[in-house]
Ligand binder design. Sequence first.
Ligand SMILES: [Fe+2]
Ligand SMILES: [Fe+2]
Length: 145
Amino acid sequence: MISPDKLPMVETASMNDTHFDTILLINKLSTAVDAKDINSISELFIELIEHTEQHCKNEEEMMIEKKFPPYPAHKEEHDLALDDMRNAALKFTETKDIDAVKKYVDLNLAPWFLQHTETMDAVTSMFLENSELHRVYWDRLVPRK
Ligand SMILES: [Fe+2]
Ligand SMILES: [Fe+2]
């Protein structure tokens, strides 16, 4: 479970909205795990994967549009997290091991999500919201010949 007030806020409103939805989904998955509800866990894994694919894609499109230089590093973190999520879901489909899902959510997904939002997403959002300012500074610092 993640308390919504633990969510690190970034400068982009649409990203904060998505992050609140992520917390709701993670918490629904935790509730299904505690209830040992195998069907709900399976359904929520699918919902979480679809949500996270769209979440990552939206951020990546914004980074490309604004030419954010560390885009590859941010995308790599997304890709690794999505791989972990798909693997955890696949493993659950094969084994129905609820304890493994609990470990994945509490020790991997939730801490990763908070840490990623506080670092990568916060810095990216700062850049996205001030990209015009960066361009003005750049033009002043690197005068065209
Ligand atoms: Fe994000
Ligand atoms: Fe991100």
